[in-house]
Each structure stands twice: as structure tokens, then as C-alpha cells.
Design a protein around this ligand. Structure first.
Ligand code: SF4
Length: 689
């Protein structure tokens, strides 16, 4: 028994699923995962976890793991040695770079991988391969929130902590479903609402779990949130409820902003959003009367044509009501992946170096160029949307992608598939043979978080360390080690022996991480950036100044973009999103038998009215068609949706049920985030039940 006990190991790790960033101890015996044990000292979650964090780890031991590099030979993939695979990648990338130029290659990073890995990947793209064509999946989700915040308050991150959300007087959730996408955070909101008198308002197309409990639930017409936000902000100003001294002391552009709101009257808002004026007034009053307002938003806001503008309107409302820089207030875009915040922070973005220093700034390039011993490209690179377009135009010839299932999660899948088929050379690095890997020339086996060390940054800007629990399976390797091996084959001379050395380099170069170190992050310790050189971190942003040279925030006028109209043939509105049990498209959670047993397929939510009208029973097989493709899925009749609005869960198991067969390539004007949530379809019943 003592022997057996000795083999049981407890290791601190950080959940690999969502942006809440729960940390806990994981108990293992050899490769067997015995249990997950949350600890009181975990900063984001204490003793809470959700089903994914607690039971979602079996994918690590899946027999489907990639354990050897694979090289395409005609229609087949054959196993290869690391040397063989990396030599081939190095020679192909070099050849394409020499023939077509550095900017003919694109690099897609991973929000599931560590800060250190994202840092090294952008260094590989920029310093070794000479291009800023590097992006990550925040382009699909939260880039508009980042852009809206950078415009108004200067920093593209949550302005406070999860504790602030917990202690706000009013939590306003717009276009997000935290009970399924950020479960532990939602539990805290539910508790504050029930036990501490916190008010809760939800604006959404679906009556989700938080909406059921909310003091006020508003269901506007699709794609009209900006009108609703501008109208209540105008109403607050007109009533003299604005935070006048805060605005005078801390905010620029007030006069011009007020003038821009002229058309957003309650009448106009009622007509556009379908929400009665009394209800709009009720929401405005709740904002006005609350001791501190936190606004949380997700993809329901950011995946639209006017997404950056709606995010900006949220920040404008917070500024007008003085809800920045104090506890229990502020802006909280909810980060989806465990490390989407960190992937952006550490520079896998086409216009930003690590720590959000612009690539266009000659001083910034000089600093990094000097440290890395190279001259860096000045022109911002392509984002992932532009990369797909450039492949179709014949200008982008090769791609290197890691830990990202682009062939399922990018919009307009048929368009993306045909782009991948045109590539001269494609490297995919992942823990499984993903759908995207089908298009690759070389597939490299990576190691998941339990098999490596590193840090993740959660939605609060909180950097947390995790430790190696298991050895990498087969010949798989941590992503950072793969980048180093490849960089050295490409002529670099990298000698990192541990991720802590990568973090130390980032901390030396990027001022916002100045005092971040592995020693300070030991165990359950964490640091919220910006971190000063002495290690002092920042829980609450903007307490005395905003992140602009004069220290003042900027009200930024925004106008409404009406939703895309595909014509009357497509008579139903289709929304989509996550569900609690599955993470995203499901590449990880579909390899967890317990979760698959509970939820095996996606489904389509159909309102009782529409079901009645079309003769659809629960379980009927229906076909949805958009101008871009078709999907077949089972219907679930429920009153969470209304009228002609449908909702499709986005976990997909087959080529036939991928929601992105239906989405278009239209996108937010500023950030190119696809308008996944603005979709119209037609529906036919294939099988009554
Ligand atoms: Fe993991 Fe998010 Fe669940 Fe926490 S709430 S256990 S971070 S999936």
C-alpha cells in the first residue's frame, strides 16, 4: 500500500478549457488521472470547478493522440522521425520564402497553448522568418472587444477581477452565456445575486440560465445591441444622471460624443430593437441606481458586422456613468479559450509585439531587433481572415498552424477548405489528427498542458503557472520545444532549456510584464499584468489614469450598422454557441467518454411556435441551408428561443453538422472577426423523428 501511495502524485495545474482560469491539484498514478481536487487558495475559483475542469481530462490518454510526426506521401500520411519532418519543413519554408518572399507564409498560433509558446511562435515568424503574418483565434471571438476598449480606455483587457464582478451593484450581461461558457464565473454571479442583493440584467436572443434568474431580461431584435446601448446612454445623459465630475476630470471628447447620440432616442430604439421604451428606461435606471456596474459581454456582441462599435458603445456607457477605476465596476469581455488573453498579450497578432507595443513603432522594432539580433519587418501582417483570402488570390503559399482547428471554427468552411487545398505547403501541429490536419503536408505531434510546463493568462489578465504532470506521450513534444528545434534548423541559435527562460526574456522586453517571473508565480501564486519591475501587479486598471499619454479616457462616437440581409428566401435567423459539456468544436471533449456519454451530438433549438407551424417534433432531423452551405441536425423544441430564431450548438461531430458550413465570410469592419451570429437560413424537415 505504501508503494502504491508513493506512486500517487499531486500536481498543480490550470484548466485548459475556458478563460475563467480555474486552478487545482490533479492526482495521478503513473498515467492514470485519479481526480481533480480544487484548493481554497486557487485565485480565480477557490474550491469550485465545472464538469470540464473536473472530468474533462481523459483526452490526454486517448489512443487517438498523435505520437509521431507524419509526412504526406500522395494521399497518405506516413510516420517520420523528428529530424526528417523538421528538415522537410525547414527546407520547404526556406524555399518558399526565397522564391515568394517572407510575407508569402502565414502563421496561426494557439489560444490553447502557453504564453511562452505563443511568444516563441511570434518570434519564429518575425525574427527567423521575417514576417508579421501571425495571428491567433481571438480574431474569431474577442478582437472587437479588445479594439473597442483600446479606443476608449487604452487597454484591451478586463478592467478588474472576477471578485469585482462578484461585488458589483449591477451585473449586465450582453450576448454571453456564462452558465455554459464560463460556468464557475456564472456560479459566483448567481450567488451574489441570490445572497447579496446584486442586481442582474441580461440582454440576449436566448433565454439562457442567467436570463431565467435575471431581474430584467431583454430580448432585442438580432444585431441591434448598439442601438439599445446608445439609447440608454443618451437617456442617462438627458436625465442628468451622467457622472459629471468623473467626465470632466478623466474623459475627453464628451461634447462631440453627446452630439453623436442625437438620433438614438427612445422612439428610434423601440422601433429598431423591438424593446418597449419603458423597458429601456428600466434598464437605464438600474444602471443609474447601482453601486458599481460591471458589463460582461461575449460572442453575441463580438461576432457581428458592427462588433467593434458595439463593444465601444459598452465602454462609452461605462465612462459616462463613471464605472471605471473603482472596485465592483468596469468592462469584462469574457475570454473564451483558456489562454486567448495570453496569446494576444504575448504577441501572436499581426500589428502588435508582445505587451501590445505596435510593430509600426520604430523604437519598438529597434528594441526587439537589438535583443534578437535581427532587423524586424515594419509592415503589420495579415490576420487569419486575410490569410485565407490571400491564399485564394495566390499570394499566400504556405502556412504553419498549431493547436487551432481552423477547418471547423473559421467561418464559411467550404471557402476555408478550398483555400487549404491550394496551399503549396502546410504544417499542422496538434495533439490529435484534427480536421485541419487532413489538409497538411506535415503533421507534428504536440503535448497537451499536462505534459509540459508553462503559464496561461485568464480573462482577468491573471498569469498562472502550471507544472508537468505526465511525460509527453510517445514522441510528442511541448510546442515550445518544437519551435526551438525548427528555429535552429532555420539558422537561429536558441538555447532555452525551460519555459521560465522564455518568460524571463518576455519580461525583459515587454514593459507590461516587467516583474513577471516563475519564482513569483510559484504554486498557486499569480500576477495580473501590468506587473512592475518589483513584482507589484495590477488588479484594478485605471484607478488614477487611463492608458493614454494624457491619462484621460476617450468617448468614441459610434453609429449602427444594420444587419446583413441575405434576401427573403432565407427566412429564419440562426444563432449559435457553446454548451456546458463540450469545449468549442469538441476536439478535446469528444475524446472524454464520460462527456460524450452525456452529450453526443449538436442540436438545433427550435421555438414551440415555429415547431408547430412547420410540424417539427422534438428529435426531427432537419436540414438548414444558407447561401454558403448546408447542415443536417436534430431539432430540439424549446422556449429558450422565440419565433423565427433558431440556435445551433457549435460542437460538431461530422462534416454534416458543422455550423460553419452555413456562415459567411462577412466580418466586423475593424477587426475582421467573422459575423458568425448574423446568419439567415431556410429549414426543411428531412425526417419527422
Ligand atoms: Fe475550466 Fe472554465 Fe470550468 Fe473553470 S469554469 S473548470 S476554467 S472550463
Amino acid at each position: 500500500a505504501a508503494m502504491r501511495k508513493a506512486r500517487i502524485k499531486r500536481t498543480k495545474t490550470v484548466c485548459t478549457y475556458c478563460g475563467v482560469g480555474c486552478s487545482f491539484e490533479i492526482w495521478t498514478k503513473d498515467r492514470k488521472i485519479l481526480k481533480v481536487e480544487p484548493q481554497q487558495e486557487a485565485p480565480a475559483n477557490g474550491i469550485s470547478t465545472c464538469i470540464k475542469g473536473k472530468f474533462g481530462w481523459d483526452f490526454v490518454n486517448s489512443e487517438e493522440r498523435l505520437t509521431k510526426p507524419l509526412i504526406r506521401k500522395g494521399d497518405r500520411f506516413v510516420e517520420a522521425s523528428w529530424d526528417e519532418a523538421l528538415d522537410l519543413i525547414a527546407s520547404k519554408l526556406t524555399e518558399i520564402k526565397e522564391r515568394e518572399g517572407s510575407d508569402s507564409i502565414g502563421y496561426i498560433a494557439s489560444s490553447k497553448c502557453t504564453n511562452e509558446e505563443n511568444y516563441l511562435f511570434q518570434k519564429l515568424a518575425r525574427a527567423v522568418m521575417g514576417t508579421n503574418n501571425v495571428d491567433n483565434c481571438s480574431r474569431y471571438c474577442q478582437s472587437p472587444a479588445t479594439a473597442g476598449l483600446i479606443r476608449t480606455v487604452g487597454i484591451g483587457g478586463d478592467s478588474g477581477t472576477i471578485q469585482d464582478i462578484y461585488s458589483a451593484g449591477l451585473v449586465l450581461v450582453i450576448g454571453a452565456n456564462p452558465a455554459e461558457s464560463h460556468p464557475v464565473l456564472a456560479t459566483r454571479i448567481k450567488r451574489a445575486h441570490k445572497l447579496h442583493g446584486q442586481k442582474l440584467a441580461v440582454v440576449d436572443l436566448r433565454k439562457n440560465e442567467l436570463a431565467e434568474r435575471a431581474d430584467l431580461f431583454i430580448h432585442p431584435k438580432p444585431s441591434t445591441d448598439l442601438v439599445l446601448l446608445n439609447a440608454i446612454t443618451k437617456y442617462i445623459i438627458d436625465q442628468g444622471w451622467g457622472a459629471q465630475s468623473f467626465i470632466e476630470e478623466r474623459v475627453n471628447g464628451y461634447e462631440e460624443y453627446v452630439a453623436s447620440l442625437e438620433k438614438f432616442t427612445l422612439e428610434y430604439a423601440e422601433e429598431t430593437t423591438g424593446i418597449e421604451q419603458q423597458t429601456l428606461i428600466q434598464l437605464a435606471k438600474m444602471v443609474h441606481e447601482a453601486e458599481g456596474v460591471c458589463i460582461l459581454w461575449g460572442m453575441g456582441v463580438t461576432q457581428h458586422l458592427g462588433a467593434t462599435d458595439t463593444s465601444t458603445a459598452i465602454s462609452n456607457l461605462l465612462l459616462v456613468t463613471g464605472n471605471y477605476g473603482k472596485p465592483g465596476a468596469g468592462a469584462y469581455p469574457l475570454r473564451g479559450h483558456n489562454n486567448v488573453q495570453g496569446a494576444c498579450d504575448f504577441g501572436t497578432m499581426p500589428a502588435w509585439m508582445p505587451g501590445y507595443e505596435p510593430v509600426e513603432d520604430a523604437q519598438v522594432r529597434k528594441k526587439y531587433g537589438h535583443a534578437w539580433g535581427v532587423e524586424l519587418p515594419a509592415k503589420p501582417g495579415l490576420n487569419n481572415h486575410q490569410m485565407v483570402e490571400m491564399i485564394h488570390k495566390g499570394k499566400l503559399k504556405a502556412m504553419y498552424l498549431f493547436g487551432e482547428e481552423m477547418a471547423i471554427v473559421d467561418s464559411n468552411s467550404n471557402h476555408v477548405d478550398s483555400a487549404f487545398e491550394k496551399l503549396d505547403f502546410f504544417v499542422v501541429q496538434d495533439i490529435f489528427f484534427s480536421r485541419t490536419a487532413q489538409f497538411a503536408d506535415v503533421v507534428l505531434p504536440a503535448a497537451p498542458s499536462l505534459e509540459k510546463e508553462g503559464t496561461f493568462t485568464n480573462t482577468e489578465r491573471r498569469i498562472q503557472r502550471f507544472y508537468r504532470v505526465l511525460e509527453p506521450m510517445g514522441e510528442s513534444k511541448p510546442d515550445w520545444e518544437i519551435f526551438q528545434l525548427l528555429a535552429n534548423k532555420l539558422g537561429a541559435n536558441w538555447n532555452y532549456t525551460h519555459p521560465s527562460e522564455i518568460m524571463a526574456e518576455a519580461a525583459r522586453l515587454a514593459p507590461v510584464f516587467a516583474g513577471v517571473s516563475y519564482e513569483r508565480l510559484e504554486g498557486f501564486n499569480s500576477q495580473l499584468w501590468p506587473v512592475q519591475a518589483d513584482g507589484t501587479d495590477t488588479e484594478l486598471l485605471y484607478t488614477d489614469k487611463f492608458a493614454f499619454p494624457d491619462g484621460k479616457a476617450r468617448l468614441f462616437p459610434v453609429d449602427w450598422t444594420p444587419p446583413f440581409d441575405p434576401g427573403e428566401d432565407y427566412d429564419l435567423h440562426l444563432n449559435n454557441g457553446r454548451l456546458l459539456e463540450h469545449f468549442h468544436e469538441g476536439n478535446l471533449t469528444y475524446r472524454v467518454p464520460g462527456i460524450v456519454h452525456k452529450v453526443s451530438q449538436p442540436w438545433l433549438e427550435v421555438s414551440p411556435e415555429l415547431a408547430e407551424q412547420r410540424g417539427i417534433d422534438d428529435g426531427a432531423l432537419v436540414q438548414l441551408t444558407s447561401p454558403y452551405g448546408e447542415v443536417e441536425v436534430r431539432a430540439h423544441v424549446t422556449d429558450t428561443v422565440k419565433g423565427n430564431e433558431l440556435y445551433l450548438t457549435m460542437n460538431s461531430t461530422t462534416d454534416e453538422d458543422m455550423v460553419n458550413r452555413l456562415t459567411s465570410s462577412y466580418h466586423d469592419r475593424i477587426t475582421h472577426t467573422p459575423n458568425y451570429k448574423e446568419m439567415n437560413v431556410k429549414m426543411v424537415v428531412l425526417e419527422a423523428q
